[in-house]
Design a protein around this ligand. Structure first.
Ligand code: AMP
Length: 214
């Protein structure tokens, strides 16, 4: 199965993707995770992407498209994938269409996770991420707090606020979403691929998706 998870930052795409990965056994391809790893490792890509990410701006399309093409070649992508955080612009979506056509692959669906703005902001600024790059567990101080304040339950490392998860940067990311990414809703509606989900609990949305596509 091949899906795109579409939605504003904080909509729960990552959480939903992780549940689906565990249940369906296909990989989550998160361009945000790939870019953060590149920044941490100090690769060429990471150096180019870092400033955009810190400001909550989009990384230029040409860097992202190359990265996806590489990722699709990996063994685990052959049985399907869940795209999380890609595409984010019309240019990325048409590059994806072209790439899929070249590989003789088809998308099964585009899943829009629809969450009101104020809820998105509230969720992101109360998010804490494990600082251990091999763990990266995500907590929410309201819905899913760690057992011990500031410490990851899974690996014992320190929890941090991501540089792009302060309120100011989050508001900018939402503006960027509306301007550059929201037009994809119409794009995929026209292709007959879009399904929209609205529920406060990401686990419930993951269940609905499984029922719909299994
Ligand atoms: P995310 O974790 O998906 O919210 O991504 C974090 C940041 O990485 C975004 O705010 C962008 O700066 C960058 N990023 C991730 N995916 C993309 C993409 N498909 N196109 C452009 N920039 C991206």
């Amino acid at each position: 199965m091949r899906f795109i998870l579409l939605g504003a930052p904080g909509a729960g795409k990552g959480t939903i993707a992780k549940i689906l990965v565990a249940d369906i056994g296909i990989p989550q391809i998160s361009t945000g995770d790939i870019l953060r790893a590149a920044v941490k490792e100090g690769t060429e890509l990471g150096k180019k992407a870092e400033q955009y990410m810190k400001a909550g701006e989009l990384v230029p399309d040409n860097l992202i498209i190359g990265l996806i093409e590489e990722r699709f070649k990996a063994e685990d992508s052959q049985k399907g994938f869940i795209l999380d955080g890609f595409p984010r612009t019309i240019a990325q979506a048409s590059a994806l269409d072209e790439l899929l056509q070249r590989l003789h692959l088809k998308l099964d669906g585009v899943i829009l996770i629809d969450v009101p703005d104020e809820e998105l902001i509230r969720r992101i600024i109360s998010r804490r991420t494990c600082s251990n790059p091999d763990c990266q567990a995500i907590y929410n101080l309201t819905y899913n707090p760690p057992k011990k304040e500031g410490i990851c339950d899974k690996c014992g490392s320190k929890l941090i606020v991501r540089a792009d998860e302060t309120e100011e940067v989050v508001r900018n990311r939402l503006e960027v979403y509306k301007e550059k990414t929201a037009p994809l809703i119409e794009y995929y509606k026209e292709q007959g691929l879009l399904k929209s989900y609205k529920h406060p609990d990401s686990k419930e949305i993951a269940k609905m998706i499984k029922t719909e596509y299994n």
